[in-house]
Design a protein around this ligand. Sequence first.
Ligand code: BGC
Length: 363
Amino acid sequence: MALVGIVAVSVALTGCGRGDTGSSSADPSEGAAAEGFAADATIGVALPDRTSENWVLAGDLFTNGLDEAGFDGNVQYAGSSNSVGDQQQQIQTMIDGGAEVIVIGAADTNQLATQLQAADAAGITVIAYDRLIQNSELVDYYVAFDNFHVGELQAESLLQGLEERYGDQEAWNIELFSGSPDDSNSAVFFDGAMSVLQPRIDDGTLTVVSGQTTVQQTSTEDWAAENAQNRMDTILQSSYQGQELHGVLSPNDNLARAILTSVQNDGREVPVVTGQDSEVESVRAIVAGTQYSTIYKDTRALVAATIEMVQALQAGEEPETTATSDNGAIEVPSNLLEPVIVTQANAAEAYADNPDLAPLTEG
Ligand code: BGC
């Protein structure tokens, strides 16, 4: 108990310091943050199905981090066969179980209206984690990496890789992939990337040979590797007979590896392929020179930022935010962290402080 007391006091002190940094400051007499709650309160964490390694990491980090902070953490994953229904039910159970805060990595960012209403009615604070829940006024906070910037960095690295590998050519053939349509991040990544690529498509530097250039045409249902591999197979068959493929915009590592498999099965030289998440197999592929780039979004930092937000709420402080994000209904107060682009050239440096990834870049 004494330990919990110390945690609460130190959080309250840090919270005071932050209060005057000009972040979204509400009238302290209003809103969920004003009251605070018990230092050992139940905190629900509803995560989607494990479509990439970052989700697997997040679960363990939340379980341990909430426990260390003195909370009663309840971390749940949606299963892959009925992820939306599972998650809806898990959130309802967290509400019924008296959670003070529910952190949600949405399985479908458009299908939580009922649960958010129930949470609101119970006075629960909702934090959207990584994926911004859409079209609801009842999302209190958002913690994520800057997803638009992720897309920009992916596109810039694609251009850089094309220049490095095929600098003797004036024009390059590329294909575009985006993520699952039920994840609001997919369009944000894609828009960020297209803000860099579209001008180069318009000036003829880049040709998307398939002609598929919209987020709908390029989408990958459920973020499933087999869907990306199938789409790449089809495009190679229909659009690349007698043509070279120089680069592929892939929104994450899992899909990047599926795209590389497709291209290699077709007997082609590997093109410049982007990614995201710094998954172990992709970091290996980058070091080996098959995948060109990935994005490092340190899950440890994202979970820590989320738990800090919970601690501020517990102490009755307004959590620190750096931006707001439009979810179609409101501007959600957000803490957006900076993603890092990683290629073979900077992998050792980028992962130097990560004990899981650093060894992969040695020797
Ligand atoms: C996350 C990505 C991840 C993808 C699939 C997105 O919402 O931001 O990091 O690759 O989901 O799991």
